[in-house]
Design a protein around this ligand. Structure first.
Ligand code: NAD
Length: 475
């Protein structure tokens, strides 16, 4: 493990939110960013994490950020060249990005979030509440004329979204090198990456994650258990499922809907992601069912890898979505939550010190190439995570190191305006993250979503094209 300085930062740092990700990233910042700790301020909404802040010698302020108070609270703490790291829930990313732009501060977020309550605001249509719409609201800021040369504002730079967006580029280059089907050097621009994906025959990309971490105390009846933000997971899990919609798909599902604005790279389903299951595969777990939870990377990757012909018609795009098997206790928690008509259990437990074993196998699965499927990602065990950094489990460390790397990249590129992970230097980010990711591997497989099903349920499959979403979805 390295403890080298990645960057020197003379400014002030404000961290909004200090839950599992905030507490996990702070020791990494103190280790790798050369800055005095008395220039760091945490602003959060609950006592949680106070002892960690005290242990690390960092100012901790209990003041929830709201639509009404965010300017009065944050403006005195931020000026030219300072940095705002948003690791909260229920705080509008775009509102904080706008404020940072006005005062000249840099910004990083691991998602794009609305103000609290927006996910369940039924005066908004499902389309208006979607990650697709939230992404468009961040891109609106990028489309404003003063974006050129504006302070860097990185959105969606945790593990997924974030790290996995960079994994896709590495996976494409590995596949090119190992099949000889295309040149294995990094393309210079967005269109080059899309051409590479098309040349490799990629029809589908899953963010395929299997978390096997187990605690010393099993989930109790009436309790929600997870390895990262329970509020965050339930919030996104109750949202309509969303997926980047590929050019090879025969037609959208009966419960699928298109958005009537923006890039048109994605669709949404009229059902919560936490009740939408998909077939997927990781090298260690083999085949499994994951939840198709809405995530920003499903949309941004599909948009990034889109090719259009001269007349503007769609030529190529992969289907992209999350396929998430959280830790087994979280699966039981989701089952119970759904049975209670999506009303949250009375108690919640975010697993950290009580984890006794398990890994987070998090990567991208690229499907459609003749040689088979290719998975590229990180296998990080709880023991490896504990050896590498305090206040982390395997899941949080994959997020926190990516947030650290995004922060370093922003400080190295301070005038890039609004950027998504695809706009950043994937090789630099992967170099920064690798020491904290456990085993980083690429592996081929012969899995398809038809595996065993032709034998068991032949009437249930479309054998003409295994990569149709109708084959991937568990109906
Ligand atoms: P958490 O639930 O453990 O912590 C959330 C923190 O936000 C808490 O400290 C809470 O007090 C604070 N908070 C809530 N409302 C606030 C307000 N109004 N003002 C200030 N602080 C407020 O969540 P977490 O696991 O640390 O996740 C933090 C964020 O990171 C979430 O948005 C989550 O979706 C995101 N996340 C992204 C990834 C990724 O890979 N991209 C992974 C995990 C989490």
């Amino acid at each position: 493990m390295t403890d080298s300085t990645y960057v020197t930062f003379p400014g002030r740092l404000v961290i909004v939110g200090f839950g599992s990700i905030g507490q996990g990233v702070l020791p990494l910042i103190l280790r790798h960013v050369d800055m005095p700790r008395d220039r760091i301020t945490i602003i959060t909404a609950e006592e949680r994490g106070k002892e960690v802040a005290e242990d690390l010698g960092v100012t901790f302020r209990l003041e929830p950020v709201t639509e009404d108070n965010h300017r009065a609270l944050l403006e005195p703490l931020l000026g030219e060249g300072d940095f705002l790291l948003n690791l909260s829930v229920d705080v509008s990313s775009v509102a904080l990005m706008r404020l940072c732009r006005e005062v000249g501060a840099l910004y990083l977020d691991t998602v794009v979030e609305p103000w609290g309550g927006a996910y369940t605001d039924t005066s908004l249509t499902p389309s208006q509440r979607s990650n697709y719409a939230l992404r468009e609201s961040a891109l609106d800021l990028r489309r404003e004329p003063d974006n050129d040369g504006a302070p860097t504002a990185v959105v969606c730079h945790g593990a997924n979204p974030g790290l996995v967006n960079h994994f896709v580029k590495q996976a494409l280059l590995d596949m090119a090198a190992e099949t000889g089907a295309a040149e294995a050097t990094a393309p210079a621009d967005r269109e080059g990456w899309a051409r590479l994906a098309k040349a490799l025959g990629i029809k589908v990309i899953h963010i395929a994650e299997r978390d096997t971490q187990v605690a010393n105390q099993p989930k109790a009846v009436g309790e929600f258990v997870n390895t990262w933000s329970i509020e965050g997971f339930v919030g996104e899990g109750c949202q309509p499922a969303e997926l980047g919609w590929g050019s090879h798909e025969n037609g959208i599902p009966l419960d699928g809907r298109r958005h009537e604005f923006g890039s048109d790279a994605a669709i949404y389903l009229m059902r919560p992601g936490a009740s939408t299951r998909v077939r997927t595969w990781t090298p260690l777990e083999g085949p499994f069912h994951g939840f198709l939870i809405t995530h920003n990377e499903s949309i941004s990757l599909a948009d990034y890898l889109t090719l259009r012909d001269g007349a503007g018609f769609l030529d190529y795009r992969p289907t992209v979505h999350y396929a998430y098997h959280p830790c087994d206790d979280a699966v039981l928690s989701v089952h119970e939550l759904a049975g209670k008509n999506w009303r949250m259990q009375g108690t919640q437990r975010l697993l950290m010190d009580e984890i006794v074993s398990g890994i987070d196998e998090l990567g991208v699965l690229l499907c459609g190439n003749d040689k088979g499927v290719y998975w590229y990602g990180s296998r990080l065990s709880i023991d490896q995570a504990r050896d590498l950094a305090p206040y982390n489990n395997a899941t949080s460390l994959q997020v926190t190191v990516a947030a650290l790397a995004g922060m370093v990249w922003a400080l190295e590129n301070p005038r890039a305006g609004v950027v998504e992970p695809e706009d950043m230097d994937y090789a630099r980010i992967l170099d920064l993250c690798r020491p904290y990711l456990g085993d980083v591997v690429g592996a081929w497989g012969d899995w398809t979503p038809l595996q065993d099903r032709e034998r068991l349920f032949p009437e249930d499959v479309n054998t003409d094209d295994p990569w149709q979403f109708s084959n991937v979805r568990v109906s």
